[in-house]
Design a protein around this ligand. Structure first.
Ligand SMILES: *[C@@H]1O[C@H](CO)[C@@H](O)[C@H](O)[C@H]1NC(C)=O
Ligand SMILES: *[C@@H]1O[C@H](CO)[C@@H](O)[C@H](O)[C@H]1NC(C)=O
Length: 395
């Protein structure tokens, strides 16, 4: 099908005016950051490891690295994993822009069969074939009714866009349906499927780190509501609209048909919205969390699972040191791979509130970014933004 693009252009004057206003208030925001940043309050000294699982184990340390997202498709008993060792040198969210190392920066989407009995670990994990040389995957979403996989791709050459792929889950192959690029999707992070063609997409920042690493960081630490949730119908991209503004909007997932949860990584919390008929959102409740929430998932009991970063400075240190990481390189390069950041996983429901499920100082499992769980099969998975392997737990 060649290389189909769905590109839509919009006038850019308003964003520029907004950027100027933002630049004007930035010093004040920076000041506020150093005084109050919620991202630096949970000091490592006061951090206690804990876990609530029957058992847990980190698997595929040698095959997987830097897996940001994991989604479970319970009807198929598989999980999709979005992993990018190249995030060490290319992280458009944290602002790392180093040249690629083609020998090790090989990103992939993997399909992990977590429930079929009688398979060994090697056979459980397969890489999905994707014809995309410039792959830097972040958020994933899957529409099982049409076997369509949406991949947020922070491509180096083409810029950030959403790959729309048709997936053959038994042959582990995919065909490109389209690449979706849109001015309202300028810092795409996560995708949630509403229906066959309709999506909610979060943009994590107003100021892209590629435009100004400093302003982007100030935006993060100030807790300014620069992130957005965008509603888009891929058949009519011209009608896309911003439906909510959230500080550092990250994961997005339906709790049920009328409630949408959005994670904030800077003003740590879970934002719960009522979903209206016309797809607009109205804020219902904010649940504050002790860690910057990265990604969300919702299990079959409508519990929201969230993973995140309890101590942002450690994560920043990891992302900075990783630029020179090469697990097969010189002693110095191997050393740069060794920094870790703490992990935190919790669940929330309206009845039971917020409950911690897993906390680790980073030595056992570093930089947790997403948690998913299949209650019927008693299996869950945690991914780590800058970590080798994935953590599989039993409940
Ligand atoms: C987070 O999870 C949701 C739902 O599980 C998914 O749709 C989204 O793409 C994920 N995003 C990232 C950045 O991991
Ligand atoms: C959806 O979830 C929200 C939050 O847990 C809850 O308040 C609401 O009653 C639920 N709605 C339905 C229709 O189940």
């Amino acid at each position: 099908m060649g290389d189909p693009w769905l590109i839509f252009q919009m006038p850019t004057l308003k964003p520029m005016v907004q950027a100027l206003i933002f630049a004007a208030v930035a010093p004040w925001l920076y000041d506020r950051y150093t005084a109050f940043s919620p991202m630096v309050v949970s000091r490592p000294g006061s951090f206690q490891n804990m876990q609530t699982f029957i058992s847990h184990e980190v698997k595929y340390r040698d095959r997987l690295r830097n897996c940001e997202d994991v989604i479970m498709v319970e009807s198929l008993s598989v999980a999709f994993l979005s992993c990018d060792p190249g995030r060490d040198r290319w992280n458009t969210v944290m602002g790392t822009f180093r040249p690629e190392d083609p020998s090790i920066d090989n990103a992939g989407i993997y399909i992990y069969d977590y429930a079929t009995s009688g398979l060994d670990d090697t056979a459980r994990l397969k890489q999905l074939t994707i014809d995309e040389p410039d792959l830097h995957p972040l958020g994933l979403a899957f529409d099982a009714s049409t076997s369509t996989l949406y991949v947020v791709n922070h491509a180096r050459q083409r810029g950030s866009h959403i790959l729309i792929l048709h997936v053959d889950t038994s042959a582990f192959t995919s065909t490109l349906v389209a690449r979706l690029k849109h001015p309202l999707l300028h810092t795409p992070n996560s995708v949630e499927v509403i229906g066959k063609y309709e999506l909610y997409v979060t943009n994590d920042h107003y100021i892209r780190a590629a435009i100004s690493p400093l302003l982007s960081k100030i935006e993060t630490f100030s807790g300014a509501p620069g992130g957005t949730v965008v509603y888009i119908d891929t058949r009519f991209p011209e009608n896309a609209k911003v439906v909510a503004r959230v500080p550092f909007a990250n994961g997005v997932a339906f709790v049920n048909s009328t409630t949408l949860a959005v994670a904030s990584s800077s003003k740590s919390g879970l934002y719960l919205y009522n979903v209206k008929e016309d797809h607009s959102l109205s804020l219902k409740e904010v649940v504050r969390t002790p860690a910057a929430v990265d990604n969300l998932s919702v299990d079959d009991e409508s519990k929201v699972l969230m993973a995140g970063h309890p101590f942002a400075p450690a994560l920043i240190k990891v992302s900075e040191s990783r630029a020179t990481c090469n697990p097969h390189g010189s002693a110095g390069e191997r050393e740069s791979c060794k920094y870790t950041a703490p992990s935190w996983v919790a669940e929330w429901s309206a009845q039971d509130g917020l409950t911690d499920l897993y906390k680790n100082n980073g030595q056992g499992f570093s930089s947790s970014s997403t948690a998913v769980r299949d209650n019927n099969r008693g299996v869950g998975i945690i991914s780590g933004l800058y970590e080798s392997g994935i953590l599989i737990f039993k409940i």
